[in-house]
Design a protein around this ligand. Sequence first.
Ligand code: ARG
Length: 581
Amino acid sequence: MKSHIQSLLEQTLQSLIEQGVVPTDVQARIQVDRTKDKSHGDFATNLAMMLTKAARRNPRELAQLIIDNLPESSHVDKVEIAGPGFINFFIDDNALANQLQEALADPKLGVTLPESQTIVVDYSSPNLAKEMHVGHLRSSIIGDSVVRTLEFLGHKVIRQNHVGDWGTQFGMLLAYMEELQAKDEGKASLELSDLETFYRAAKVRFDESEEFATRARKLVVELQSGDEYCNKLWRQFNDISLSHCHQVYAKLGVSLTRDDVRGESTYNDDLQQVVADLDAQGLLSESEGAKVVFQDEFKTKDGEPLPVIIQKADGGFLYATTDLAAMRYRANVLKADRALYFVDLRQGLHFQQVFSLAKLAKFVPESVSLEHLGFGTMNGEDGRPFKTRSGGVVKLVDLLDEAVERAVELVRSKNPNMDEAEVQHIAKVVGISSVKYADLSKNRTSDYIFSFDQMLSFEGNTAPYLLYAYTRVAGIFKKAQDIDLTDAKIVLEHEKEKDLGTKLGQFNEILSRVSAKGQPHVLCGYLFELAGAFSSFYEACPVLSAETEAQKHSRLQLAKLTAQTLKQGLALLGIETLEKM
Ligand code: ARG
């Protein structure tokens, strides 16, 4: 999905080939790109250079032939040959203005919807034995932003919160829960209100008492064999733990609901079948008593074969086994065209191995795209993984609360007379969106440094900057409430109007990039540039005091589309806008 004009240009070139005006070459792909530098026009193509062999003409000659045969277009103002044979297109400002006019009248802001796909998105996916920590922040907010974008583009999105709700550690937790409940029901639920402490206390008991440890091991076996009492304890535990997660989602504005939870335990009954199916296809080998699969393309650094372990010698299944079962479910039951995984980059090898195995074993059809969209680590200002001052893991809730507290100070200092309820509301939006935006605006594959000072700054590519930019644009309308814009026409005359118009016309291509690559930072960068283009426009082009009524109306329309695009763009990032701050 590209800009409207870009696709039109590509279609025109395609038809020249189909008409036989230009020879074709199976290797050549018609591509019209946006130029970096305005002196080269708005769009350019290297088609003439690619077809030079097939045409047996030099590229500049071929470029001229193409230009001579271009049909008269209402979109293109001028076409030029540049350098070795590039063709540069200069867009007609009226065509752009019309495109913007259409966008204004469209609830989707002129975004052309691609063919709808079913897309399964695995994100957040914390482990329920412990409290969510900062490591889950990235998955939750990057995943949620991509989900929102995909839905906006009309795809059927199925969220999957693949929580870690299974495994040997649950024996220990259940044994401890049982022990506390025996003493006092209230005490058990009180201690569970802090999972971190609960986990540590259970671990202490496990390490200090052989009797406790034996009980824990027994409980796991009973749990796995479906014992009703154990399952009840386990459900209670998970329920409390999940409600902690959903408190965090609510605070963060992450759209996951309880219905999206499909934890590891739900695949439990399929695991034996996974093993049997791999076995039937002759894919299983034995290695030190364990059942494993070797795939030729995976080797250790020393060239040793690197297997996927499917079942341990003691009969236990692994993370990979569950992922194989989950992939099969996503492809065959949920009918995914794409399955996206927003998981730490450090699990890269795991996903490469299980993806290729799922295809090899035909658990997932070749046509389904399995994509690990990994992310780097969030580091503290010392450049090391984020820790509390005392060296512990930082709880996500604490981090968000601190962001809001700091935002309260910030908002108060800017508005000493604002009433307290309003300060609190604005601070909540600013604090939370700053944390989210700081994360979303970085290329997800890189590590980044978490800095409250930076994310709460009004300068640079930050949430406060964009939220403020939005209030400024929205502010113009407060003063123009009585102006009727029904027949107002956009006209692009001033250089800055054209720049702003060009930016506005790119929303479409930006969303298609976010959707193809799962990279919200592309959208952040775009919104930042859009806000910048608006500022330059606003400095150079008076709106309410424009020279003519027509000019005033046109500029108000540009401001309106800017406001709508900023608001929609931020909403796709999961960020609420403010009318005032
Ligand atoms: N629970 C895992 C963790 O916290 C992430 C799960 C990601 N999803 C998956 N299908 N493996 O590391």
